[in-house]
Design a protein around this ligand. Structure first.
Ligand SMILES: Nc1ncnc2c1ncn2[C@@H]1O[C@H](COP(=O)(O)OP(=O)(O)OP(=O)(O)O)[C@@H](O)[C@H]1O
Ligand SMILES: [Mg+2]
Length: 347
């Protein structure tokens, strides 16, 4: 492991921003942290960077104790690169000087090194003499990233680094950042509000709520096998149903649906993702289309089933959507996930 947090607490007065957080990040890997606003994501990065001191717990990076109550390594000795939510460039320095700020004074070939860093993050050389206020928000975020890369950190902490970018530029910038960090073998922790970004960027996704780390795992594990409904909903739309489960089958409003957990039994909550529900001519379950909303690449359909209190949310290609009021058949693809008995009850 590269980065290890054990039992990390951080309080601001009466607010518990981090509540006994445990997290492990493998060397050279990428972890995405997601969670509602105020759940402690930025605080997590701040205690790892050394901007804030935890009230309890231990933080270790590549075998070096960053904090454990006895030892507390100052920020500049942690080998950690940081791009915070607000970018925080120096307004009185040029773009080039901002990037160069991360380089030691005596760096040979300083100017060329700055040019290389700018190029790595896709900034044109013509921008180097400008001041940050003469750049777009997205370009400023790239400068902040280049400045952080200049220090050749072991660990890079990114807090919503793509938030100022439109969808297309966001995807290409994300790929560029992943490539640059991957090539340099830098362990990365990224905070994002974008579920798709978290799932596609990261090797590990960590979901936070109320200062607690609810679950960490691979994107697939969290998307298809979340521990609790709260985690499920945070990573995308979820169809959650009550069911009677036995012998690998859940009996629910959708009929008999196979489940992933053959050992699960009894009254349980199950989950399917909307894309697992497909409107099909011969579908065994019938429902009435209540609403159809156009979303571009797909349309969202609210379908009323006879045996379920609320309409189900599903989606399909927007090319030929069913009309509201029509009765359609439904088939279920893949298997349903069964929530742990107590987690299901709580969610
Ligand atoms: N310096 C501070 N003083 C007092 N409370 C703080 C301070 N910094 C953060 N908090 C509180 O700690 C909690 C966690 O804040 P944090 O910034 O970590 O949330 P976040 O998950 O990054 O939210 P967002 O998604 O909105 O950026 C919030 O309730 C916040 O108000
Ligand atoms: Mg934040």
């Amino acid at each position: 492991m590269s980065l290890v947090l054990r039992g990390v607490d951080k309080r601001y007065g009466a607010v518990t921003a981090l509540d006994s957080v445990d997290l492990e990040v493998a060397r050279g890997s990428r972890t995405a942290v997601v969670g509602p606003s105020g759940s402690g994501k930025t605080t997590l990065l701040r205690v790892v960077a050394g901007f804030d001191r935890p009230d309890d717990g231990r933080i270790v990076l590549d075998g070096t104790v960053l904090h454990d109550g006895i030892q507390h390594l100052p920020t500049h000795r942690r080998g950690v690169g940081v791009v915070m939510q607000d970018g925080a460039l120096f307004p009185h320095l040029t773009v080039g000087e901002n990037i160069g700020f991360g380089l030691p004074r005596e760096t040979p070939d300083r100017a060329r090194r700055i040019a290389t860093l700018a190029e790595q993050v896709g900034l044109d050389a013509s921008m180097l003499p400008r001041r940050p206020d003469a750049l777009s928000g997205g370009q400023q975020q790239r400068v902040a990233l280049a400045r952080a890369l200049a220090r050749q950190p072991r660990l890079m902490l990114l807090d919503e680094p793509f938030s100022a970018l439109d969808t297309a530029l966001r995807a290409s910038t994300r790929q560029m950042v992943a490539d640059v960090l991957g090539a340099a073998g830098i362990t990365t922790v990224l905070v994002t509000h974008d579920q798709a970004e978290a799932l596609s960027f990261a090797d590990q996704v960590a979901v936070m709520a109320g200062g607690r780390l609810l679950q960490a795992g691979t994107p697939r594990e969290l998307y298809f096998h979340p521990r609790a409904p709260l985690v499920a909903r945070f990573l995308g739309d979820a169809v959650i149903l009550s069911a009677t489960v036995a012998d690998g089958v859940a009996r629910c409003a959708l009929g008999a649906v196979p489940v992933s957990d053959r050992a699960a039994r009894g009254q349980r909550q199950i989950m399917l993702r909307p894309e697992q529900l497909v409107v099909a001519e011969g579908g065994a379950v019938r429902g009435v289309v209540e609403q159809v909303a156009f979303n571009g690449p797909f349309c969202s359909i609210a379908l009323r089933l006879p045996a379920h209190p609320e309409p189900l949310a599903l989606r399909q290609s927007a090319l030929a959507p069913p009309a509201p009021g029509t009765e359609v058949g439904l088939s279920v693809q893949g298997v349903a996930h069964v929530f742990a008995a107590e987690a299901g009850a709580a969610g």
